[in-house]
Design a protein around this ligand. Structure first.
Ligand code: ADP
Ligand code: MG
Length: 367
């Protein structure tokens, strides 16, 4: 069971100014490899910075291809060995979760999901070919959203939705299943793309009824792989999740509906954070039963691989939300006093004190 937590800083949007950038990426002390550290000013004292360490950090210029190759492609071989794989995109609304997972239409812009499917189909064909048809790989999928702790099938037309959503039930082996969820066989990347586009349109149709609904729900795509050889059948699942926006709604929202949404989003993201931490620290007990999403995913139960991509906007207007995302992913942050590049002031014969002299002062502190 393993978990990687990586951060991705999205580029500036046209409406954002270079001078408002506050999120920066850095190498770990003494390392000259790729950056793994994110720094952000302390909103209460701008002369200080918080720094957060990740498994990897992707800068504004990182491409979909780079992130896919480094973070997602390596999990594909595990999937074919029978392990489950889970990829999350976490972050406030507007930080690039959907861009990362779904991406744009052009080949270069394609996100993690279509790239993952493309790899799965390519590998399936290769296995079938090299076994001369003795081994077959069947791919099927389900796609649903969890909104206010209710499960809705995204492969169903929105008119067919019931207010309470689909029920969940305990199945054998301690697994939790969603009753009545459509599972669609899907034989090629082309089939997948048609299916996925249609389902995503269902998602936004539901959205007109409720303001910015899609940022208030978790969208979960499950790809089930069944590999049948003459001697055994192996089933594994890849789950790709575009999480609800993690912004703090106590600041932005009001009204009763928003409060109910916020409470359920906060709760599920909180439990998710606890699960990810428990898995990464190899705790015996993973509190996955405490929210519907982690229960359905049985996160941490299946000896699988989990990758959490933390999406971040680089600018000031997201300052508090960015800090809360960083805190979510990494509780062992450091605070450092920044090197302020003031002119040194010489007073008499004593040694001048410059900003650089202060940088050794690194303490552990909560913001
Ligand atoms: P979220 O799903 O987290 O709300 P989006 O994926 O919709 O955020 O991204 C917000 C905006 O930023 C969109 O206009 C999107 O196209 C743009 N964007 C996000 N990430 C990138 C990126 N890596 N490169 C280019 N544009 C991006
Ligand atoms: Mg989105």
């Amino acid at each position: 069971m393993s978990v990687r937590v990586v951060a991705r800083i999205r580029p500036l949007l046209k409406s954002e100014l270079e001078k408002d950038q506050i999120v920066t990426s850095h190498h770990h002390h003494g390392s000259d490899g790729a950056p793994t550290v994110i720094k952000i000013p302390n909103p209460k004292n701008l002369a200080e910075e918080f720094s957060f360490q990740f498994n990897s950090v992707y800068e504004q210029s990182a491409t979909q291809q780079e992130i896919y190759e480094a973070e997602v492609a390596p999990t594909v071989k595990h999937l074919f060995l029978g392990y489950d794989v889970t990829i999350f995109a976490y972050g406030s609304t507007g930080t690039g979760k959907t861009h990362t997972m779904r991406g744009g239409k052009s080949l270069a812009d394609r996100g993690m999901i279509p790239r993952l499917l493309s790899s799965i189909y390519r590998k399936s064909r290769a296995i079938e070919k090299s076994s001369e048809g003795d081994t077959t790989v069947a791919v099927s999928m389900s796609y649903y959203e969890i909104y206010n702790d209710r499960v809705f099938d995204l492969f169903e037309a929105p008119e067919k939705r019931t207010a309470t959503g689909l029920p969940i039930r305990e199945a054998e082996g301690g697994k939790t299943v969603v009753v009545g969820l459509t599972e669609v066989p899907c034989r090629s990347l082309k089939d997948f793309e048609a299916l996925y586009d249609k389902a995503n349109a269902n998602r936004s149709t539901g959205a007109t009824k409720l303001n910015s609904h899609s940022s208030r729900s978790h969208a979960i795509l499950c790809v089930k792989l069944t590999i049948t050889s003459p001697t055994e059948t192996r089933v594994s699942t890849a789950s790709a999740i575009d999480l609800a926006g993690s912004e703090d709604n106590r600041r932005t929202g009001n009204g009763k509906d928003r409060m109910v949404e916020s409470a359920s989003i906060n709760k599920s993201l909180f439990v998710l954070a606890q699960c990810v931490e428990a898995i990464s620290k190899k705790h015996q007990r993973i509190p996955y039963r405490e929210s519907k999403m982690t229960r359905i995913l049985s996160l941490g139960q299946n000896n699988g691989f989990t990758v959490m991509i933390l999406n971040l906007a680089p600018v000031k207007s997201y300052h508090l939300d960015t800090l809360s995302s960083l805190n979510f992913a990494n509780r062992t942050k450091r605070i450092e006093v920044r090197e302020v590049e003031n002119e040194p002031i010489f007073k008499g014969p004593s040694r001048p004190v410059t900003g650089a002299a202060l940088t050794g002062a690194t303490t552990q502190r909560q913001p």
